[in-house]
Write a protein of this length. Sequence first.
Length: 202
Amino acid sequence: MFRKEVTKYLVENENTRQIFNSKWLLLSAEEIQHYSNIDALAEPEEVMLWLSKSRRVQELILFLIHIMGGAPARGSEIATYKIRNTETCTRKVYVSQGLVALLGRYNKTRSFKGRDTLIPRFFDKDTSLLLIEYLVIVRPLEAIIVRRKKGLGAYERHIDFFFVENGTPWTPDHVCKVVEANFARYEILHYKMSRYRHYYSG
């Protein structure tokens, strides 16, 4: 019940739909790419405000992953999540029948198991919809803005990593701080990330 109530509250009351109402999202990626500068679409302040709102959606998604995807995840696991396949790593996001699953890997036991441990995480319909809409609708526009402002390298990182800001992947410490801040913000549980993991396991 705890998790269901939190998901409903975040999705319905955090005004996450606002980020999907941008006039830019009515343009195709090809149309946006034709602009010599992303600021031609809007004032710089408006661009930065939109990016801050999209970052907030990322934070909410991270929090939902932490409390909705089984045992609470470690920051070092979440920070490695990628949303597309690369030459050295497979993606961690999968969709089946409208539901999202994340397949992470953790190597803490590799020394005696000889392999990574797979960590599947499954999500309900509401959480899955938010993840899908963010990754399909919002992330491509984020990446285009980042490319215009930061260059190709930042763009590549922005479309590779799940949790990233301006082409810079979130660190494990930042992941932990975001989760802790959301626990404090909603006063759901006064546990830090590690304490909540032990609370859940117990």
